[in-house]
Design a protein around this ligand. Structure first.
Ligand code: SF4
Length: 238
C-alpha cells in the first residue's frame, strides 16, 4: 500500500485536491482510500447511530451500502491503515506524521517555511503565480493529471516502528532520503522482513529484532520434528 499526505492550512484547497486526485487515480484503475484528520468529534447528528454513541464507546453500523465502526479515542494512523486494503491511501491533514511523502497546499508562498519538513514532493495552489520554490508547484484546479503522475512515482509508507534497522534512528530520517531520491523503500528491513505475520488477514509490522527472535524460536522448535527441512515455513493458527 502506498500513501501520500495532503497538508495545508484552512481553505488552501486540500479537500478539492484530494477529491480530484482520488478520482484521477480511480480512473487509472487503482483502488483508492482516504483518511482525514479532524480536530472536532465525528458526530453523525440526528441518527440512531449517534444515539448509540452517546452511551457506548464502540459502535458499528452496517447497511447494504456501507459499514462503519466508531472507536473511542484517537487511534494511531497505522492502526487505522491496517483496516484498509487499497493501492493508494490519500491522507488529509496529519502534518506531524513523518512516514510518507506530502503534497503541500499553500495559500501563499511564505507558508512553505512552516509546512515543508523534508517530505514534500510538490506544492499545490489555487493560483500559483510568481512562486519561486525549489520544487514543482501545481495548480489545484487543472493539474490533477500531473500530480497523479508524481504520486504514482513517489508515494510510499514506512511502518513508523523507528527500529533503526535501516541504519537511521527513525523512519522520518529514511523517509526524507527516499523523497530526495537517495534511498529506496527497500532499505526498510521491517517492510522487507523474511517473516510475514498476518492476524485476521492484516499484516503486522515487525521490527528486525522481533523478526529474528520469532524466526530463531520457530526454527528451533520445529527442527527436532520428523520431516523438518530448512526452507519456507508456513503456520496457520485459528
Ligand atoms: S527499518 Fe523501517 S521501520 Fe525501522 S527505522 Fe528504518 S524505516 Fe523505520
Amino acid at each position: 500500500m502506498k500513501a501520500v499526505g495532503i497538508i495545508g492550512y484552512k481553505k488552501s484547497g486540500k479537500t478539492t485536491l484530494l477529491v480530484n486526485l482520488a478520482r484521477e487515480l480511480k480512473k487509472r484503475g487503482y483502488k483508492v482510500s482516504t483518511i482525514k484528520h479532524t480536530a472536532g468529534s465525528l458526530d453523525l447528528p440526528d441518527t440512531d447511530t449517534a444515539k448509540h454513541k452517546e452511551y457506548i464507546s464502540e459502535v458499528a453500523a452496517i447497511s447494504p451500502y456501507e459499514s462503519i465502526i466508531s472507536l473511542k479515542g484517537e487511534k494511531k494512523l497505522e492502526e487505522i491503515l491496517s483496516y484498509i486494503n487499497a493501492d493508494f491511501v490519500l491522507i488529509e491533514g496529519f502534518k506531524n506524521e513523518k512516514t510518507f511523502p506530502k503534497i503541500v497546499c499553500l495559500r501563499e508562498e511564505k507558508e512553505s517555511a512552516q509546512l515543508f519538513d523534508g517530505l514534500q514532493i510538490c506544492a499545490a495552489m489555487f493560483s500559483p503565480v510568481n512562486i519561486k520554490l525549489d520544487m514543482p508547484v501545481f495548480k489545484i484546479s487543472t493539474d490533477t493529471g500531473k500530480i497523479a503522475d508524481l504520486v504514482c512515482k513517489k508515494a510510499f509508507k514506512l511502518p513508523n516502528l523507528n527500529c533503526g534497522g535501516c541504519g537511521y534512528e527513525t523512519c522520518y530520517e529514511l523517509a526524507k532520503e527516499i523523497v530526495k531520491g537517495k534511498k529506496s523503500i527497500n532499505e526498510c528491513v521491517s517492510l522487507n522482513s523474511p517473516i510475514k505475520i498476518t492476524v485476521n488477514g492484516k499484516s503486522l509490522a515487525l521490527n528486525p529484532f522481533v523478526a529474528k527472535v520469532i524466526q530463531g524460536s520457530l526454527e528451533g522448535m520445529l527442527s527436532p520434528l520428523k520431516g523438518f527441512k530448512k526452507g519456507k515455513i508456513e503456520i496457520k493458527i485459528k
